[in-house]
Ligand binder design. Structure first.
Ligand code: ADP
Length: 346
């Protein structure tokens, strides 16, 4: 096979690909591989470029016994780590010294690996969140059967703790199902016309007893004329319930909900409505802000658990707003309260 033909074949492979022959040098390198491994690698010994033991050993083995192999190659372009699965196949009849070379093709598997890691983390988190109340329930059942069997006041106290733990599990399962539903609908555009003014007023009404019990004043500031968006009324209720409930739980003694029409909003490149939930609480350390909408991420774990939080509220909010092609912005400073802004295209 001529060099042109070999180069032509490699150029037709739509991902990084190199050929290493029996002299252990690169005899062909396509453009994608040159971008990955560096220019001018052709003619060099492969071990000076592919130094990671996994790939180097696999190439040596494949040259020796001609068996196919798969190895992992980790790369870093200065900004981020990338993982490649390197498939090695022996190609007889080309290259120097007795003929035959190893064709190594690089597949970027970073996203697949990250998705796998996210799934494992999620399962570990869910198990941990469920196990904590479950362990408490099992412990109390043992106590009720044993030492507290004939102790009526202790039994009542334990039963009410058990009720609390069972409702924590129930809330978690409810939020997990909700997250699942919201994620699966994320690509379906909502079609209802929702009058945000009336919608917000009725949502806040349902939260009044909770706010009153905590001594928090909730105020709605909305314009006289109605503001309407295209959306899913039930999901939008979930968004505002979550944000206002958080402001009541984690904020100070005052929550202000401000609805306004923001004109053509650059964030969504369309005329949009803006809902701001403002509290005068202790605020959130800026280091937490970028991760706040991740599942199970809590700025203050202790307080969240004390308040019965599942750590899923803002993740659900984010997915619902994504479905509405809207934006969520969080601004907060320690000691300065927090502002959660929802921008919804009309
Ligand atoms: P949780 O179920 O813990 O309330 P969320 O996803 O709703 O979970 O919120 C994530 C975290 O963000 C909370 O645990 C809390 O630490 C923080 N947080 C949310 N809203 C506020 C707020 N208004 N003020 C201070 N911290 C907040």
């Amino acid at each position: 096979m001529t060099t042109e033909l070999i180069d032509g074949f490699l150029a037709a492979i739509p991902r990084p690909a190199v050929l290493v022959d029996q002299t252990e040098r690169f005899i062909a390198v396509n453009a994608e591989a040159a971008t990955l491994l560096g220019q001018g690698v052709k003619g060099r010994h492969f071990a000076t470029i592919l130094r990671q033991p996994s790939v180097a050993t696999a190439i040596e083995g494949c040259l020796r016994d001609r068996e196919s192999r798969i190895a992992r190659h980790l790369a870093n372009d200065g900004a981020q780590d990338t993982t490649f699965a390197v498939t090695l196949r022996y190609v007889p009849g080309i290259g120097a010294v007795g003929g035959g070379a190893v064709l190594a093709c690089f597949d970027d598997v970073t996203e697949r690996e990250q998705a796998g890691q996210m799934r494992r983390d999620f399962v570990a988190n869910v198990s941990h969140e469920l196990r904590t109340p479950l362990t408490a329930l099992i412990g109390f059942i043992d106590t009720l059967r044993g030492p507290a069997k004939n102790d009526a006041p202790a039994r009542d106290r334990f039963l009410s703790i058990m009720e609390g733990e069972a409702s924590r599990m129930n809330r978690l399962v409810g939020d997990l199902l909700s997250l699942n539903r919201v994620e699966s609908e994320e690509r379906v555009r909502p079609k209802e016309k929702v009058d945000l003014t009336g919608h917000l007023a009725s949502t806040l009404k349902t939260l009044l007893p909770v706010a009153e019990a905590r001594g928090v004043a909730v105020k709605l500031d909305a314009p006289q004329e109605g503001i309407t968006v295209t959306g899913d009324a039930d999901q939008l209720r979930q968004v505002f319930l979550n944000l206002v409930e958080n402001a009541v739980k984690y904020g100070g003694d005052e929550v202000q909900v401000v609805l306004s029409f923001s004109g053509r909003d650059p964030a969504v490149r369309a005329p949009a409505a803006r809902v701001q939930v403002i509290d005068n609480g202790p605020g959130i350390d800026p280091v937490h802000l970028p991760r706040l909408t991740e599942r199970f991420y809590r700025a203050d774990s202790h307080r969240s658990r004390e308040m019965g939080g599942t750590g899923l509220g803002l993740a659900i909010v984010k997915h619902i707003i994504n479905r509405h092609r809207g934006r969520l912005r969080v601004e907060s400073e320690l000691g300065q309260g927090s502002v959660f802004t929802v921008i919804l295209p009309e």
